[in-house]
Design a protein around this ligand. Structure first.
Ligand code: C5P
Length: 228
């Protein structure tokens, strides 16, 4: 692996905390993830302010709307030159193709969100989706690939399956990572950084094991050492 695969999830709406974490971690991680909580509170200007010198920002916006609207949102987000932007695969092939066209030749990679891990098979059935969840994840990832998306966000349990079905160049970005012995928090099905990379993950999204460690920089470096 010739890049630092750790993307630190900065899950806070507090600007001072986001800024200080991102600044401290700048040389220890490959990028940072800012999601809807932060974006709803601070908007694009807030992202610029918090990111500072960190060039690799994963904007986890989980876009899902008609193609024209999602294309417009992607175009607007490009002003921030993010490393990744997310959109829901369930928005359909035309929506994903419109996002890819809007991205044009910029470096930003577009990642699909398949089935939220908060949903189980009965939730899928209640929303008229064919389960089991694993089959739906596979279906949506293949749809994303055929629509031109660069990859998907997936759980540690799905990495090996999607690496097999979507090929070696499809980006697999994986949350639910816990170093051996770390607190699980609300994560139930986790994998260690080393196991996730071995299964085929390109990037690891890691939040609390870094952000809530007494020394976040040391925690990030220890995880990197575990992978190397
Ligand atoms: O603190 P922790 O390492 O659990 O943070 C993981 C990050 O990845 C959070 O931002 C969480 O919202 C996100 N995520 C996840 N599971 C998914 C999708 C995203 O934990 N299936």
């Amino acid at each position: 692996m010739n890049h630092n695969p750790i993307l630190c999830a900065i899950d806070t709406a507090e600007m001072p905390r986001a800024r200080s974490l991102i600044e401290a971690l700048s040389s220890a991680v490959g990028g940072v993830k800012l999601g809807l909580e932060f974006f709803a509170a601070h908007g694009p200007e807030g992202v610029r302010l918090a990111a500072g010198n960190q060039a690799n920002v994963f904007l986890d916006l989980k876009l899902h709307d008609i193609p024209n609207t999602v294309a417009g949102a992607v175009r607007a987000a490009l002003a921030l030159d993010p490393l990744f932007v997310t959109l829901h695969c369930a928005g359909g092939a035309a929506m994903m193709r419109a996002a890819v066209a809007a991205r044009d030749d910029r470096r930003t990679r577009l990642l699909g969100v398949t089935v939220l891990t908060s949903l189980d098979d009965s939730d899928l059935a209640a929303t008229g989706q064919n389960g089991p969840a694993e089959a739906q994840v596979q279906r949506l990832a293949l749809l994303a690939k055929s629509a031109g998306l660069d990859g998907v966000v997936c759980s540690p349990q799905e990495v090996a399956m999607l690496r097999q079905s979507c090929g070696k160049d499809f980006l697999l970005v994986v949350p639910g990572i816990r170093p051996a012995g770390a607190a699980l928090g609300d994560q139930k099905r986790v994998q260690t950084p080393r196991a996730a990379i071995a299964a085929g993950a390109d990037y690891l999204v890691i939040g609390r094991p870094i952000t809530e460690a007494p020394d976040p920089v040391a925690a990030a470096r220890a995880i990197l050492a575990e992978i190397a």
